[in-house]
Design a protein around this ligand. Structure first.
Ligand code: F6P
Length: 536
C-alpha cells in the first residue's frame, strides 16, 4: 500500500531524470515496462516510471480499493451512488452462461432476449426481409448524441472493411446543417431511421427525430414504420409512434457513454452483421477477463490508468493526446473525450468533499500522420509537456498498399522516439555548422532546432483493426477510466456537469423566439441583441 505523498516524493526526486537513463540502467526495460493482453501490446517504457514508481503506483491502486470496486461493479452492486444505480455495461458483452444479479434478479435473460431481437432486426434489414416503402433499405440514419452517437459512430467508421450492409449515417448536432446535409442525399422510401436515446428526452435527438419524421412523411405514407428506437423509455418511443417490435430497450444501469455493446450498437450491427458484432463483444469480454484476472502490474487497464495518474495528478501534465496511427480510428479521440471527460471531469469526490487534486485530464487528439503536420510542433517544442498515447496496427486492410502501412508505422515509432530522445544543443549546432553557419548566427539558429526530449508516450500495438481488436481497445479504455475514477475517489458514472447548460438553453429557447431577455446578464442580453439584429 502506498500514498499520494509517497508518490509525490518520488516524483520530486526523479523529476529531472532523463528517461534514456532508465534504458541504460535496464537494457530489458522495453520488456519489463510493457504488458500483453492477448495479442495486444502496451508499451509504457517511454515514460519516467521506474520499478519503484510502479510499485508505488500499484500500491496506490491497492490502497484506493480498486480490486474491491472492480469486483463490486462486476457483481452488480450499486456503485453509481449519486444516481443509485449498478454499473453493468459489462453485462452487455457477458457470455451466454453468465448470471448477473441486480436486486436478486438475474438481468441476463432480458438482456439476451433484446440482443437476439436486435440481431434479428439487423439481419432482416441487411437481407431485405424488412423493407422500406420503396423496397430494400439502402441507408440507415442513426439519430442520437453523446453516448448514443459517439461510440457507434466511431465503431462504424473503424470497422469499414467489414461493412456489407446498408450505408450508415450518424446525425447528432441540433444544428440543422447536420440533418439537412445528411437527408438531402437520401431517399426516404429506402431509408431506415434509428432514434437512439437512453432517455428519449434529449432535445437535440428529439428535434432531429421530428425533422426526420417530417422528411419521411413527404414520400412515405406510414413514416414511423421506417423508424426504430433504442431507449430505456418505452412509453416515450410509443408516444412518438414507433411500434414496440422495433424498439430495443436497455436498463438504466448501462451508462450512455458505456452503451455501444447493446442495442445502442444497432447501427454497427446493421453495418457488419451479428456474427461480426459478436466478435466485437468477444474482444471486450477478453479484456474484461484480463482486467479481472491479471495482477495489477501486468494488468493493461490498471497500468494504463496508473500511467495517466502519474502524468496528470503527479507530474502535473494537464492534457493527454490520443494519437491513433489508424485513419479508421479518427473518431476515437472524440469518443474518448466523452468517455474520459464526462466520467472523470469532476471536482467533488464520492464522499461529497472537494477532490483535493486535479480531476481527469483534458483528452484530445487526431490521427497520425495528419497531426504531425498540425500540432506536433507544440508537442515536441512547446513549453508544456503533453503525454501522448499512440495506437498502431501491425497490418492494414489494404494488401496492395502495404508499403504505405509500413511508412505509417515508421512515422508512429519515429514520433515516440523523437519525443523521448529529443535533440541536444550540441547536435543542433553540429547540424547548423554542417550547413555552413558559424558565430552568433549559428548559436541563434541552433537553439530553434533543439528538441528537449524526455517527453513521455505510450504505444498500443495490435495485429489488425478487427471487430475483436476494437472490442479490446474500447473495453481497455472503459476500464482505464474506471480505475482512474476509483483512485481519484470520483463517481465515473454520473454527469451532473451537463445539466446547468441544458437548463439555461431551455430557458433561452423562448428568448431566441422573441421573448423578453431583460432577466439575463448584460453579456447575454448584448449577444441576444446582436443575433436579433442579424435576424436570428
Ligand atoms: O448530456 C449528456 C448526456 O446525458 C450523455 O451522458 C448521454 O450520452 C447523452 O446526453 C445522450 O443522452 P440520451 O441517450 O438520453 O439521449
Amino acid at each position: 500500500m502506498s500514498t499520494w505523498n509517497d508518490l509525490a516524493k518520488h516524483q520530486r526526486a526523479t523529476d529531472t531524470r532523463h528517461m534514456l537513463e532508465l534504458f541504460t540502467q535496464d537494457p530489458d526495460r522495453a520488456n519489463g515496462f510493457s504488458i500483453r493482453a492477448g495479442e495486444m501490446l502496451l508499451d509504457y517504457s517511454k515514460t519516467n516510471i521506474d520499478a519503484d514508481c510502479r510499485d508505488l503506483l500499484v500500491g496506490l491502486a491497492e490502497a484506493q480499493g480498486v480490486a474491491a470496486k472492480r469486483d463490486a461493479m462486476f457483481a452488480g452492486e450499486v456503485i453509481n451512488e449519486t444516481e443509485g444505480r449498478a454499473v453493468l455495461h459489462i453485462a452487455q458483452r457477458a457470455d451466454d452462461a453468465a448470471v448477473i444479479e441486480v436486486d436478486d434478479t438475474d438481468v441476463m435473460p432480458a438482456l439476451r432476449e433484446t440482443r437476439a431481437r436486435a440481431y434479428a432486426f439487423s439481419e432482416a434489414v441487411r437481407s431485405g426481409a424488412y423493407q422500406g416503402q420503396g423496397g430494400r433499405i439502402t441507408d440507415v440514419v442513426n439519430i442520437g448524441i453523446g453516448g448514443s452517437d459517439l461510440g457507434p459512430a466511431m465503431a462504424t467508421l473503424a470497422l469499414e472493411p467489414f461493412h456489407d450492409g446498408p450505408r450508415l449515417h450518424y446525425v447528432s448536432n441540433v444544428d440543422g446543417a447536420h440533418i439537412g446535409d445528411t437527408l438531402e442525399r437520401l431517399d426516404p422510401a429506402t431509408t431506415l431511421v434509428v432514434v437512439a436515446s437512453k432517455t428519449f428526452t434529449t432535445i437535440e435527438t428529439m428535434t432531429n427525430a421530428e425533422t426526420a419524421r417530417a422528411w419521411m412523411a413527404q414520400k412515405v405514407t406510414d413514416p414511423t414504420a421506417q423508424f426504430a428506437a433504442v431507449s430505456t423509455a418505452a412509453d416515450k418511443t410509443a408516444a412518438f409512434g414507433i411500434a414496440p417490435e422495433r424498439v430495443f430497450g436497455f436498463a438504466d444501469w448501462v451508462g450512455g457513454r458505456y452503451s455501444m455493446w447493446g442495442p445502442i450498437g444497432l447501427g454497427v450491427m446493421i453495418a457488419i452483421g451479428a456474427v461480426r458484432f459478436e466478435r466485437f463483444l468477444a474482444g471486450a469480454r477478453a479484456m474484461d477477463a484480463h482486467f479481472v484476472e491479471a495482477p495489477f502490474a501486468e494488468n493493461m487497464p490498471v497500468m494504463l490508468a496508473l500511467v495517466g495518474i502519474w502524468h496528470n495528478q503527479l507530474c502535473g501534465h494537464a492534457t493527454r493526446a490520443v494519437l491513433p496511427y489508424d485513419q479508421r480510428l479518427s473518431r476515437l479521440p472524440a469518443y474518448l473525450q466523452q468517455l474520459e471527460m464526462e466520467s472523470n471531469g469532476k471536482r467533488v469526490g464520492m464522499d461529497g468533499e472537494d477532490l483535493g487534486r486535479q480531476s481527469g485530464p483534458v483528452v484530445w487528439g487526431e490521427p497520425g500522420t495528419n497531426g504531425q503536420h498540425a500540432f506536433y510542433q507544440l508537442i515536441h517544442q512547446g513549453t508544456r509537456v503533453v503525454p501522448c498515447e499512440f495506437l498502431l496496427a501491425a497490418q492494414g486492410h489494404e494488401p496492395d498498399l502495404a508499403h504505405q502501412h509500413r511508412l505509417l508505422a515508421a512515422n508512429c515509432l519515429a514520433q515516440a522516439e523523437a519525443l523521448m530522445k529529443g535533440r541536444s544543443l550540441e547536435e543542433a549546432r553540429a547540424i547548423m555548422a554542417a550547413k555552413g553557419l558559424d558565430g552568433a548566427e549559428l548559436d541563434r539558429q541552433a537553439r530553434h532546432r533543439v528538441f528537449p526530449g524526455n517527453r513521455p508516450s505510450t504505444m498500443l500495438l495490435y495485429p489488425k483493426l478487427t471487430p475483436f481488436t476494437l472490442g479490446q481497445i474500447v473495453a481497455l479504455y472503459e476500464h482505464r477510466v474506471f480505475v482512474e475514477g476509483v483512485i481519484l475517489g470520483i463517481n465515473s458514472f454520473d454527469q451532473w456537469g451537463v445539466e446547468l447548460g441544458k437548463e439555461l438553453a431551455t430557458a433561452l429557447g423562448p428568448v431566441m423566439d422573441g421573448a423578453d431577455a431583460s432577466g439575463k446578464d448584460g453579456s447575454t442580453q448584448a449577444l441576444v441583441a446582436y443575433l436579433r439584429g442579424q435576424g436570428v
